[in-house]
Design a protein around this ligand. Structure first.
Ligand code: AMP
Length: 213
């Protein structure tokens, strides 16, 4: 299975990627996670990306495309993968199409997680991530004052770019640069729209039904 997960920040891409990975045993390519790891390791790439990320802007296409191509060259990855957070611009989508053509491994489907903006803002300002296992939690759904991960007891933290002004900028960037990809993938007959307002489990059921169709 070769899939792309598209959706605004906070639409649940990371959570659905975890569920899909468990079900289909595919490589998970999250450009956001790779960038955050580079930032943590203070690589040259991470240092170049940090400024863009902290402002809620996109990292330049050429850097991101090269990062994804490198990942796809790893053994077996191009056969069976799930992209989360990539592509985010039309040039990235075009570069992905060309790359996958070179590998002879076209996409099977593009899943669009649909959700309205007010809900996104509420979800993102309350999002907490685990430093140890990376699992994502909603502070509103946990007992007040919870500071450790319910799965592994690692420390929970709020991402630097999950503050309201940066979230608003990320949503603007999504509307301007990423939303046009829906029409592009629709024309190619790859787009499957999923209602992402319900619980993660219900959304996952919808995804499975869409993939079975
Ligand atoms: P995410 O975790 O997917 O929300 O990504 C966090 C940040 O990483 C984004 O706000 C961008 O600054 C950067 N980023 C992640 N994926 C991409 C991409 N495909 N193109 C450009 N920038 C990206």
């Amino acid at each position: 299975m070769r899939l792309v997960l598209l959706g605004a920040p906070g639409s649940g891409k990371g959570t659905q990627a975890d569920l899909l990975k468990g079900r289909y045993d595919c490589a998970h390519i999250s450009t956001g996670d790779i960038l955050r790891q580079n930032l943590k390791d203070k690589t040259e790439f991470g240092i170049r990306a940090e400024n863009f990320m902290n402002r809620g802007e996109l990292v330049p296409d050429d850097l991101i495309v090269e990062m994804v191509r490198e990942k796809l060259r790893e053994s077996g990855v191009a056969d069976n993968f799930l992209m989360d957070g990539f592509p985010r611009t039309l040039p990235q989508a075009e570069a992905l199409e060309v790359t996958l053509l070179e590998f002879g491994r076209p996409l099977d489907a593009v899943l669009h997680l649909k959700i309205e903006e007010e809900l996104l803002l509420r979800r993102l300002t309350n999002r907490r991530s685990c430093r140890s296992c990376g699992k994502i939690w909603n502070a509103l759904a946990m007992a007040p004052g919870t500071t450790t991960c319910l799965a592994c007891e690692g420390e929970l933290y709020q991402r630097d770019d999950d503050t309201e002004p940066v979230i608003r900028r990320r949503l603007d960037v999504y509307r301007e640069q990423t939303a046009p990809l829906m029409a592009w993938y629709e024309k190619k007959g790859l787009l499957r729209s999923i209602d992402a307002v319900n619980s993660p489990e219900d959304t996952f059921k919808e995804i499975q039904a869409a993939l079975a169709r």
